[in-house]
Design a protein. Structure first.
Length: 79
């Protein structure tokens, strides 16, 4: 649901910046957190694989899951 013109004008008058800046900031934070979580998950999976607690197939499954989550979230949030 999009805000009305009056709501956008009121937000910009009170906040001093346009609503699109908030949208960009929120998207940036979401993707930054997702990337940090992905790096943590892949590193943890790598350590498990290196210690032979995970098979190579399980290690690649973690990577594929992260990439799938990233692509789906990117599709939904950026479209």
């Amino acid at each position: 649901m999009s805000p009305s013109a009056a709501q956008v004008t009121a937000f910009q008058a009170d906040g001093g910046f346009p609503l699109t800046v908030v949208s960009t900031l929120v998207l940036g934070v979401v993707f930054a957190v997702l990337l940090l979580w992905g790096v943590w998950a892949m590193r943890t999976a790598y350590v498990g694989w290196a210690d032979q607690r995970l098979t190579q197939r399980q290690y690649f499954a973690v990577i594929v899951r992260f990439l799938a989550i990233y692509l789906v979230l990117g599709f939904f949030l950026l479209s």
